[in-house]
Design a protein around this ligand. Sequence first.
Ligand code: GDP
Ligand code: IMO
Ligand code: MG
Length: 425
Amino acid sequence: MTVTVIVGSQWGDEGKGKITDLLARDMDMVVRYQGGNNAGHTVVIKDKTFKLHLIPSGIFYPNVVCVIGNGVVLDLAGLLGEIKSLRDAGYSLNNLKVSSQAHVIFHYHRDLDAAQEQQHEAGRIGTTNRGIGPCYVDKFNRRGIRVGDLRRSDIFRQKLDWNIKEKSFLLNNFYKLNVNYDIDEIEKEYLGYFDLLKGFVVEESSALVNEVISKNQRILMEGAQGTMLDVDHGTYPYVTSSNPIAGGACIGAGFGPQEIDEVIGVVKAYVTRVGGGPFPTEIIGGQGDDLRERGGEYGTTTGRPRRCGWFDGVVMRHASRINGLTQLAITKLDVLDSFETIKVCAAYERNGSTVKDFPTDISRLEECKPVYEELPGWRQDITKLTDYKQLPTNAKKYLDKLAELSEAKVSLISVGAERGQIIKL
Ligand code: GDP
Ligand code: IMO
Ligand code: MG
């Protein structure tokens, strides 16, 4: 058993990038298994901040092979941009591999994403507008174009032609837009991207993964988004179009579930959410604004202000079960340093009854009210601490409460954005 999965336990942006970078040092391989450049994973090394959208957060260790797995949807121009900025920063990227089975995002996916959002004024999902949903639709509808298809220009042309015809019809006739895609131009553009990327492309990415497993080497699976954004287990339809949960790793990288050794849930010490959809413990104004400013809660990908709220134990219990969490990495504990008291949601109340199992039907969820417990803050700067024993008693009590509600044990506590700001248990 050699696989560790890192999974977001809430609505994304829990600090998965930081935790992946931290653990990648001892790994042989890091794999991104789902999502696309809707993700924004931040890694801070000394005074340098890197924002990764597609490239696994293990990339800063040249001896760690970093794989963009088959489950990812790929914006080729975005990937090339990321490669360039990392190379400019001095990283060779000789350790990057891209699965030929990953699906490619085209202009029409982004246009469809935007058009769908425009039409749903009331129930807008608030997507990142990266074309993620429409690209996954094509994948599951078996009309998608995979990276490997770009190797064969005749196959690519045929698939592109069909897709352009279908999407143009939809955009122009249903969404009443006026698109006019030039197939020659798009073909040339994407073959150009492929030409620049082909050195990274691997034919059988799951074979690479399984080779590492069979040698008993160590692999880290880096989830994007979070459990509550999972298309099956999140707050549907206010979710992303993939399975960020731990089970998604087997599909998006291609290995058997029995190989999973540890599942680390990355958990923010409070909760944030970007985009629309239910958020039971959201704080509007006041302390919500405090959390946003102190935590720098602005989207890594879109720059949008994140909605902020208190820690939600019902969400965490759900995340713990759905993912089979074996450990928790609590992040951003330092953001709570100056709070006099801190609330945690222990359960919901609905029509006079206590609800402990997260209702994934959002109409039932909307009837739920959080039941809070209030804990005393520690009012002390913890950003320089590296030993659990040094933590103030109230911070320890807060962590104990989070672990109790999450039904999992804490193994890492992050007290700042920088790589070294970590307490290991
Ligand atoms: P991800 O999408 O889960 O990788 O998370 P993001 O990178 O989108 O958002 C997390 C933000 O919090 C980034 O700006 C990180 O640099 C920052 N961060 C991560 N851990 C900590 C921490 O323990 N304390 C503070 N203050 N910031 C952190
Ligand atoms: P990381 O990996 C937070 C949200 C969007 C929107 C919904 C659907 O950085 O945690 P999409 O573009 O995926 O169709 O949008 O999902 N979303 C994220 N929120 N962090 C992310 O990624 C997200 N990726 C998508 O805001 O509500
Ligand atoms: Mg993020």
